[in-house]
Design a binder for this molecule. Structure first.
Ligand code: KIV
Ligand code: ZN
Length: 502
């Protein structure tokens, strides 16, 4: 079986999803998990674009071992310099440089002719190759480029030192048969193609990103660029879990392997969802709530008689274990830590102590603590000390004869802010009080609430989408008290706005 290299761009293209920005520490947490998952390369960010991006790449390069730590750069020296500086301490490092090669991008965006583009690309690759062993080159919008120019560009950049050539379907325009044939033409039309690994990077605008990636592999691509949960620009990128499991389940037609430990898939998906605040759609393949649920009587009967009647893979294959009931108020710290470790949730000693306190508080309010509750506790723990605003006290009054009123106390780095306000209901009053305290007014666009675990004492999770200035931010908050969960979700969205602004 041939090996396919998995290049994960969750922390770069994925982070470009509207509302998905992550703090430096959150990117690092996710990178640690990606290494545990077994990807071959982690694209850690686009360092020239902001100090936060640069620092995140540097931290990941310093601390994460195993995968090649990659930074993105346009084909200009300022970008290349930042990319190199940010990853130079990595055990394995790669610079990924790109320039657009389609007529529409060259004419309208770059305002350059093809010869100038070719020259810039070769210069960038040479610059990078003088500093690092692994250099990846991407002709952006490759699928809408002229094939003869693309072949020449690829040939020349390999001559200049590129070790990986990545073919992006930047706008998600390709369809599988066509894309497979396109990859084959490149394999046949570039004389030195065997000197580099051919890679693909597919966007999901038509819902074909995974299918296109599979078609490319069948025609010679040996690296595939993916993101966890398929996040990325617009409709996203090819999803890691779907692509890897397609190879895994269909060995008969797709005789390829990857280095991914599929048992880490579910946890990676949950961790990302918690970090960026995007819920996983229930019907999402592999990781969605319903992906292994059988509703109709006929299906249930079939699965009981023989699991394979309606299941092409098992939940255990992707790290979804049947056991969900975990701990109660009498569970010790040791048992708590062990269960977190079984879920792949590794915390520093300091975070573990605080998370354990959180757990005891919760166990006091609610008899049974489930795995899903633990994910929430850990998410709050990782996120809390990074937040600009922390809700430390609240009080609200409401009733059918009273004007809903709320008081909040919010801690910032150097101050305690306290305010009170009224509203249409207790949630509205809380949000008004928060707005007054922090002096930011966000427009609430969406508000959803659902119970995370069963029972009347369940944790309720609120997710909100708010608009602040031009941006949209998603926030999540959880508590056994829905009004508190709402206030936390709102503040979480505001904290994301603050992180994105850094
Ligand atoms: O979609 C794209 O073209 C990209 C490149 C930078 C690889 O993300
Ligand atoms: Zn992309």
């Amino acid at each position: 079986m041939e090996r396919i290299y998995i290049f994960d761009t969750t922390l770069r293209d994925g982070e470009q999803s509207p509302g998905a920005s992550m703090s430096i520490e959150q990117k690092y947490e996710m990178a640690v998990q990606l290494a545990r998952l077994g990807v071959d390369a982690i694209e850690a960010g686009f360092p020239v674009s902001s100090p936060r991006q640069f620092e995140a790449c540097r931290m990941i390069a310093r601390k994460v071992t195993g995968p090649a730590i990659t930074a993105l750069a346009r084909s200009v020296e300022k970008d290349l310099e930042a990319a190199y500086e940010s990853i130079k301490e990595a055990e394995r490092k790669r610079i990924h440089t790109f320039i657009a090669s389609s007529p529409i991008h060259m004419k309208h965006k770059l305002k350059k002719d093809p010869e100038a583009v070719l020259e810039m690309a070769c210069q960038a690759v040479r610059w990078a190759r003088q500093r690092v062993e692994e250099v990846e080159f991407s002709p952006e919008d490759a699928t809408r480029s002229e094939l003869s120019f693309l072949c020449r560009l690829v040939e020349k950049t390999i001559e200049a030192g590129a070790t990986v050539i990545n073919i992006p379907d930047t706008v998600g325009y390709a369809v599988p048969e066509e894309f497979g044939a396109f990859i084959l033409k490149l394999m046949e039309g570039v004389p030195n193609i065997d000197k580099a690994v051919l890679s693909v990077h597919c966007h999901n605008d038509l819902g074909l990103a995974v299918a296109n990636s599979v078609a490319a592999v069948k025609n010679g691509a040996r690296q595939v660029e993916v993101t966890v949960n398929g996040i990325g620009e617009r409709a996203g990128n090819a999803s890691l879990e779907e692509f890897v499991m397609a190879l895994n389940v269909r060995h008969d037609l797709l005789p390829y392997t990857t280095g991914v430990d599929t048992r880490q898939i579910y946890h990676s998906s949950r961790l990302l969802s918690n970090i960026i605040g995007f819920p996983i759609p229930r019907n999402k393949p592999i990781v969605g709530e319903n992906a292994f649920a059988h509703e109709s009587g006929i299906h249930q009967d079939g699965v009981i008689k023989h699991r394979a009647t309606y299941e092409i893979m098992t939940p255990e294959d992707v790290g979804r274990d049947a056991s969900t009931l975990v701990l109660g108020r009498h569970s010790g710290k040791h048992g708590f830590r062990r269960r977190l470790e079984e879920l792949g949730l590794i915390l520093s000693d300091e975070n573990l102590d605080a998370a354990y306190q959180h757990f005891l508080d919760l166990a006091d309010r609610k008899k049974e603590v489930y795995d899903d509750d633990l994910y929430v506790i850990v998410r709050d723990q990782i996120g809390e000390h990074l937040d600009t605003y922390e809700l430390t006290y609240f009080n609200f009054q409401s009733g059918n004869m009273a004007v809903p009123t709320a008081t909040v106390r919010i801690k910032t780095e150097d101050r305690i802010l306290e305010e009170a306000a009224t509203g249409d209901g207790p949630v509205d009053a809380m949000i008004n009080a928060i707005d007054r305290a922090i002096g930011i007014s966000a427009k609430l666009l969406e508000y959803n609430v659902h119970a995370i675990t069963p029972g009347r004492q369940a944790i309720g999770e609120v997710s909100v989408t708010v608009q602040i200035k031009e941006g949209r931010y998603i926030g999540r908050g959880a508590s056994t008290d829905i009004v508190e969960a709402s206030a936390r979700a709102y503040l979480n969205a505001v904290n994301r706005f603050k992180t994105a602004a850094k």
